[in-house]
Design a protein around this ligand. Sequence first.
Ligand code: NAD
Length: 432
Amino acid sequence: MGEKIAVIGTGYVGLVSGACLAEIGHRVICADRDQVKINRLQMADMPIYEPGLEQMVRSNMERCRLSFTTSVEEAVRSSDIIFVAVGTPSMESGEVDMSQVRQAAEEIASHMDSYKVIVMKSTVPVGSSRMIERAMRVIAGVDARFDMVSNPEFLREGSAIYDTFHMDRIVIGADNCDAAKRIARIHEPLNAEVLFTDRESAELIKYASNAFLATKISFINEMANVCEKVGANIELVAKGMGMDKRIGMHFLQAGIGYGGSCFPKDTKAQLKIAEHVDYDFKILRSVIEVNQSQRIRFVEKVITALNGTVEGKRIAVMGLAFKPNTDDLRDAPALDIIRMLQQRGAFIRAYDPVAVEHASKLLADVEFYTDPYEAVADADAMVVTTEWESVKNLDCLQIKRLLRSPVIVDGRNVYEVSQMRQWGFRYYSIGR
Ligand code: NAD
């Protein structure tokens, strides 16, 4: 028999988690303060693009295991376990904006009418769940019975459902053993290894994991920059490194750096967390700097490819989302790169299979296309910023016929160097 679960916040994490918890037999009610989002979800119309999500939401709604509301009160009163999955964006300073978490916690506290387990799924700085618990106890009163558990989320956008059903681990940080075991039990059908910790360690595991993966990316990008200078091939270097099991193959693809809703904000937040305890996290500071300069280096590469200037040139930018299979544009490298090229006088024609509508609200003076060949037609160069399958599988000879000059600058190393040369392209990529 499943548990009665509420999920507060139906963004990428809340919606996927809610759908997956329903799929494994729990009764889930998802609450979000965004009326438009909830209206769409009640009609099984997905507000985000995530492979397999719509079908899972639809089938669980039909089985009456998944429902949506704008009322946090309704969600809290009808559930025993409450997941908090609201956003924790970066502020200008790099600190985490905790306002969504605070507001959600206040609302939960004011509507609790029986024992609840509150599960912090949002990525929050170390010590936050304890601080939020204290604030909730003030609002809920001394008689309120609840336990707070930290359960950071590790899913990746674009493969979020797959990741949920193939988790490497579930981290559960708690003071109360029974609450921790109950959260482990609800995940049992996922067959993932569970690591029980204290709450502070759980919170830090999330930041440490993202900071480490970001470090791998910036490291391989710096190696790629060295490869370009010494005439080595970063793909072979990465392969040779990755064959060492202590290093591993993952996150060693050189390119234009990381983006998205997690790595940029979580690395900055971890730097601030260290700063608050008077610790200068030097490696992480460099990781962030390298990531930013990789975007600038790429723009310089485009300028070089176009003989020293992009002024008045038409550039087809292939891919807007920060990675394939998502429409998420938060801190997407493509947006930065487009703005830098525009500042230098370029006209941008941008292709993306799913993120165009959203991007049109963020970018000015860009022509948007959902057909890659239309984007490329009559452009002076094609620039690859997201490794969508549709970009990888382009008919390059057709592209060559459509381009005004056969110039491709590939920020994701999606094509073979020798093949591109053979086809007569002036082809530039990263570290090869
Ligand atoms: P998101 O911004 O897509 O979604 C947050 C949702 O919460 C929004 O729909 C918003 O309307 C809603 N919300 C905010 N305050 C609310 C309130 N008081 N009551 C009800 N609803 C409220 O965020 P996301 O990408 O899903 O991320 C959520 C958390 O998970 C963040 O802390 C993030 O760092 C973490 N995380 C994200 C990912 C990812 O890939 N997106 C992966 C792992 C962890």
